[in-house]
Ligand binder design. Structure first.
Ligand code: C2E
Ligand code: CA
Ligand code: CA
Length: 738
């Protein structure tokens, strides 16, 4: 997904660059177009001016000559025949094909001897109407059939001032063609001359006439949509301005044009000069620029693409290198945890075993033998692990002495077998590398269906941590229940302090009876924990935990103080009260000032220490010699001391004989021996000895009538057991006392 985004981003950048270049190229092309159009306009103007000058001179010359001749003829009363004879010399001078005079009846007399009717010719009719004109290109109907133009002027009778005939001069069309025919625009330009009737007088080349008509129409439309185009051209021409534009021929090809009118005599019709150049000529001119630009663009694009590809290749190579560096463990040269985690992706949904492994005391190896030796050990372990891996199995050196392994096994026995083999080889490294105590610890977690690989590895880690420091075990499978227990315990530890502050620990009382069960003479305070949902948690759940982490001393003092409070309350209310025993844990005894503190509390509440008895377990005595002293100190302050749980496992007659306790509490396990000969024998000898030592005996955990009977028979002093009373809440206990 991420990759796709990256690629499309690069593609967009490339498109953007190419787009910018295309726009730049378009701009350049437009600039070139503008520049060339301007050039073209200038050139056309030059051509037009040249044509104009040539034509103007030619036309003016013919008309002037004809005017002079016509005036001469109008002044004299001579016949048409005679007029022609006089003109004979002029023909030769002016290189005219012929000069002719058409009389009012339309009969022509020419210098080359023709005499016939020409009344059908337009120039005759125009002339008779007093107009000076030039004809379009005509096919000579008199002499040799060739293309001609006829210039004509009316001849006025000087005396009557009427038109008496028309004088004309015939020229070969090629004469006019020569004036405008030169190689303009590399032969691409064409010049046309039209008379007022829009008939073509001459063209610089021979072109189809119908095309010219449509051309003229297009020009006319371009010059002016509404006003008379001729007028506009005339006016502009008088002001020396040329008319420019583009026009289209009937075949659809576009042309640039330049149009102007010749300023001739007053009674002559206008003559228009039109120069056109096909648009393709401009394109031809542009072509070298455009193709150069295209080449440049192509080269730039190719360079960009090549650069881009090169960049991508380099980047990919860099990425690979970075990934390699990120994924390779420097020390072993194998995978690190990042690589391992990434590779585990492809095992999603599969089963197998995640294993976490480290050494029992790697720090010692590093500290004692140096980092280099430590590194050597790690590399050797890595070699052993990788040698034991199957085809589709993974391993990584995570950090320090931690390794992660993934075995594609389904059989737990097989995994154990393989772990043992690995462990054996690793242990052998001690001898090989001359380093003592290379002992691995493996934590193993079965993955039913791999989803969250980290979590599975975490489980393997948990399993490993559970056997850390145990010499009897070097591998352990992740145990859901054990972990749950750890988590529960953590929850209890976290809740402890707040529960103390909120006084959520309650005291329950279990009465102790004497005289065959007739009289309640004392009770034991037993703690209960009420959780935030109001449920009771039994001491078996939290006392061992708090003993382990030391929190028990806080709880013991809490219970002790609350019993004192209770005693003082009973005293103040004048209620019947009796001694209450309180348990003191082994851990609490490690605090030297415990006697002072407890004494202070008793004093604080004004309670007689006789009313508080202290129960200390037998096992506490075995581990701490100073306990002896503490017991004496407590006794000195007036507390009665009870040895709790006597007979539970560690019982020793020797301990009993040197004890300074006041009371001996027989553990339930001894009571459970009643009914069994050896059990009864043991109980009998213990009670006998205790009696001889002057100890008061309390039997704990008496549940049956038989047990009770046996106890009373064997000179025990008191019983604390379900057979008589279970632990009860304070209200119930108060009812019982009174
Ligand atoms: P413990 O000091 O030996 O207390 C006697 C335990 O035996 C009590 O269990 C009591 O309910 C139980 N018991 C008494 N008679 C019978 C009987 O006939 N049958 C059976 N099955 N059980 C009987 P509880 O209250 O669950 O306390 C368990 C242990 O928790 C106590 O053993 C004591 O070691 C510890 N404990 C309780 N409260 C405290 C305390 O405030 N401080 C300390 N340090 N430990 C405490
Ligand atoms: Ca006890
Ligand atoms: Ca006990």
């Amino acid at each position: 997904m991420h990759k796709m985004k990256k690629i499309s981003k690069r593609f967009l950048i490339l498109l953007f660059v190419i787009g910018c270049m295309a726009i730049a190229m378009k701009y350049c092309k437009e600039r070139i177009d503008d520049k060339l159009s301007q050039e073209m306009k200038n050139s056309m103007e030059l051509v037009a001016q040249q044509n104009e000058t040539g034509l103007q001179r030619e036309f003016q010359a013919q008309y002037n000559l004809l005017e002079i001749l016509a005036t001469e003829i109008g002044r004299q009363e001579i016949s048409s025949q005679q007029i022609v004879e006089r003109l004979q010399t002029v023909v030769n001078i002016y290189d005219s094909k012929r000069i002719g005079y058409v009389d009012a009846q339309g009969t022509v007399y020419t210098t080359d001897g023709f005499q016939q009717d020409l009344s059908f010719r337009d120039f005759f009719r125009d002339g008779m109407r007093g107009r000076v004109s030039v004809t379009e290109v005509l096919e000579d109907s008199l002499g040799e059939h060739e293309k001609i133009n006829v210039f004509s002027v009316p001849v006025y009778n000087e005396s009557s001032e009427d038109v008496m005939g028309v004088l004309f001069m015939t020229f070969r069309n090629s004469r006019l063609q020569d004036i405008i025919d030169y190689n303009c625009f590399n032969g691409n330009g064409t010049t046309y001359v039209f008379n007022q009737e829009e008939e073509m007088v001459v063209a610089s080349e021979d072109t189809d006439i119908s095309d010219k008509k449509s051309l003229l129409k297009s020009v006319r439309e371009q010059i002016s949509k509404d006003t008379d185009y001729a007028k506009k051209v005339d006016t502009n021409s008088q002001a020396g301005v040329h008319q420019f534009g583009t026009c289209t021929t009937s075949s659809g090809s576009k042309h640039y044009f330049c149009c102007t009118a010749l300023n001739l005599m007053q009674n002559s019709g206008s003559v228009y000069v039109l120069t056109i150049v096909p648009e393709k000529y401009l394109t031809q001119l542009e072509e070298p620029f455009i193709s150069t630009m295209q080449w440049l663009l192509t080269i730039v694009i190719v360079l960009i693409i090549l650069g881009g590809v090169g960049f991508l290749v380099l980047q990919r190579r860099n990425e690979k290198e970075i990934r390699r560096r990120l994924c390779v463990d420097k020390l072993t040269g194998g995978d690190n945890l990042a690589a391992f985690t990434e590779k585990m992706e492809k095992y999603k949904g599969q089963s197998g075993y995640a294993i976490s492994m480290d050494l029992d005391d790697f720090k010692m190896i590093n500290d004692t033998f140096g980092i280099d030796k430590g590194d050597e050990v790690i590399c050797e372990i890595w070699r052993i692990i990788t040698e034991h891996l199957g085809k589709d199995e993974l391993a990584a050196h995570a950090n320090a002495d931690n390794f992660a392994i993934f075995l594609q096994e389904d059989n737990q026995d097989q995994v154990e077998k393989r772990i043992k083999e690995m462990a054996e080889e690793i242990c052998m490294l001690s001898a090989q590398l001359n380093v003592p105590h290379i002992v691995p610890a493996f934590g193993i977690s079965y993955i039913h269906k791999l989803e969250e690989r980290d979590w599975e590895y975490g489980k393997a880690n948990t399993a490993k941590n559970q056997i850390k420091g145990r010499r009897d075990l070097f591998y352990a499978f992740f145990d859901e229940k054990a972990t749950q227990k750890i988590q529960e315990e953590k929850g209890l530890e976290d809740a402890f302090q707040q529960s103390i502050e909120e006084e959520r620990f309650e005291l329950w009382y279990q009465p102790k009876v004497i005289q065959g069960g007739e009289v309640i003479h004392a009770a034991e305070a037993l703690v209960r924990w009420r959780d935030d949902k109001g449920k009771l948690i039994s001491p078996g759940k939290f006392i061992p935990l708090f003993e382990k982490n030391g929190m028990i001393s806080i709880l013991d003092e809490y219970v002790f103080e609350h019993v004192c409070m209770q005693q003082s309350e009973w005293q103040n209310m004048n209620m019947k009260s009796m001694p209450i025993s309180v348990n003191i844990s082994r851990a609490s005894l490690y605090f030297d000032d415990i006697v002072e503190r407890y004494t202070d509390i008793v004093k604080k509440y004004g309670v007689d220490p006789k009313m508080i008895q202290l129960e200390i377990t037998e096992s506490a005595m075995m581990e701490n010699d100073e306990v002896e002293e503490l017991i004496e100190k407590f006794q000195k302050q007036g507390f009665e001391m009870h040895m709790d749980d006597f007979g539970n496992g560690y019982s020793s007659m020797a301990l009993l004989s040197k004890t300074k306790f006041d009371v001996l509490k027989l553990d339930k396990s001894l009571i459970d021996g009643i009914g069994d000969t050896s059990g009864e024998l043991l109980l009998e000898s213990l009670t006998g000895l205790a009696k001889k030592l002057g100890l008061t005996i309390v039997a704990e955990g008496v549940e049956t009538k038989e047990q009770a009977a046996f106890i009373w028979e064997h000179s025990c002093d008191a019983i604390q057991g379900y057979y008589y009373y279970k632990p009860m809440q304070v209200e119930e206990f108060e009812d019982l006392m009174n």
